[in-house]
Design a protein around this ligand. Structure first.
Ligand code: ZN
Length: 234
């Protein structure tokens, strides 16, 4: 083979390999189980991501839960928005062998080897996290964009700041509190998303103007499918 043909063949083979792996990444399943408050257990079969978990069950009159921690295997990351006890309990966390991404206010008290270095872009295995600093009470608070298995997920946390929703990419799932949903909807500031998943609601909450929203009950599993467009390599 002369050099030019060799280059073309190599390029074709490389792009086939790339296409194969990207299709594989997209077709991976991603399931989110609602635990309570803003806690979801999201897994791809190997890696697990917990949002605002473990929290103190039932604290401040929030949702109680009965979670089987022993059922969690593989590599695990807790992604925490802020320090309030209905979002994170450091004592419960240290008993697990999980890692954590969260505000310094939360992680400063934890063993350093359990803390993933915070930055504008954080990687944990196949999970890419882009934090957005957002206001909530007098805490250090972050909302998070998570890219995983070809999906884009956004977690508002407890913020009610409309600016937090600006310039987001097209989402596969938006996780948002009922009160922030209402506010953003009225301001016409909701990002484009395939799914709206309400969290931090009360049991049996009715959320106005939220038809098509998923209002999960505890232990409900939501299949977060890869979008059709991106499935075909876009
Ligand atoms: Zn809070």
């Amino acid at each position: 083979m002369n050099g030019r043909i060799k280059n073309i063949v190599t390029a074709v083979i490389l792009s086939l390999i790339l296409a194969f792996f990207s299709v594989k990444a997209m077709s991976k399943s991603l399931e989110a189980m609602f635990i309570g408050n803003e806690a979801f257990w999201i897994k791809d079969g190997g890696y697990s991501l917990f949002t605002d978990f473990p929290y103190t069950s039932g604290v401040y009159n929030s949702m109680t839960y009965d979670f089987n921690f022993k059922a969690v295997t593989g590599k695990v990351l807790a992604l925490v928005s802020h320090r309030h006890k209905d979002h994170f309990d450091p004592v419960l966390f240290v008993y697990q062998n999980w890692k954590i991404v969260g505000p310094r206010e939360v992680t400063i008290q934890l063993p350093p080897d359990r803390v993933v270095k915070f930055g504008p872009e954080i990687t944990f295995g196949p999970i890419r996290i882009i934090p957005r600093k957002s206001p909530h009470a007098n805490t250090e608070h972050y909302s998070y964009l998570v890219e995983w298995a070809g999906r884009k997920l956004f977690f508002t946390g407890d913020t009610e700041d409309i600016n937090t929703l600006k310039n987001l990419p097209k989402l596969d799932a938006l996780f948002i509190t009922p009160w922030f949903y209402r506010k953003a909807k009225m301001a016409n500031a909701l990002p484009t998303t395939r799914k709206v998943i309400i969290y931090h609601h009360m049991k049996g909450d009715i959320i106005p103007d939220c038809s098509g929203c998923i209002i999960p009950i505890q232990n409900q599993v939501i299949d977060i499918k890869a979008s059709e467009v991106r499935k075909h390599g876009n």
